[in-house]
Write a protein that binds this ligand. Structure first.
Ligand code: FEO
Length: 162
């Protein structure tokens, strides 16, 4: 892979992080519509984190003198049939993102771009945390399923996310 292609892939990943920010903001709006304000808060924080991830790609590309190309961010899914379905989508999005990051690491290595490879290591570690958080949330939602009191307790706990 040439460094030109690697630049295109970095721009694509910046867009992917923005897509995830948009997806999680849509989830926040879904939970706000259900008055599950703790869940909504959790996903607002998550959306901000994704925006931060996009900005890491942005700053890295600027630092390298690469062209930043902002691409369309399509309308995300906005409705879910249940809290469980949204939690499943959260984990699926993070699992997919891990695959994308790992692929980028392979591409950076193939291009011999040590700086890009080093930059991506933060994301490799971050994705371990992201998948863990999403898996834990999904497990808790499964436990609370069909038990309104348990779901409301989980909602209160999620409101504490910093
Ligand atoms: Fe940007 Fe949730 O990983």
């Amino acid at each position: 892979m040439s460094s030109v292609d690697l630049r295109a892939e970095f721009n694509r990943q910046m867009n992917q992080e923005l897509r995830n920010a948009y997806l999680y903001l849509a989830m926040a709006a879904y939970f706000d519509s259900l008055s599950l304000t703790g869940f909504a808060h959790y996903f607002k924080v998550q959306a901000r984190e994704e925006l931060g991830h996009a900005m890491k790609f942005y700053e890295f590309m600027v630092d390298r003198g690469w062209e930043v190309e902002l691409q369309d961010v399509p309308k995300p899914k906005t409705k879910w049939g249940s809290v469980l379905e949204a939690a499943e989508d959260f984990l699926a999005a993070e699992t997919e993102n891990t695959k994308r990051i790992w692929r980028l690491v392979d591409l950076a290595r193939g291009a011999g771009d040590k700086a890009a490879e080093s930059f991506l290591q933060w994301f490799v570690s971050e994705q371990v945390e992201e998948e863990k958080s999403a898996s834990e949330l999904l497990a808790k939602v499964r436990m609370a399923r069909d038990q309104p009191a348990a779901l409301l307790a989980l909602d209160r706990a999620l409101a504490e996310r910093k």
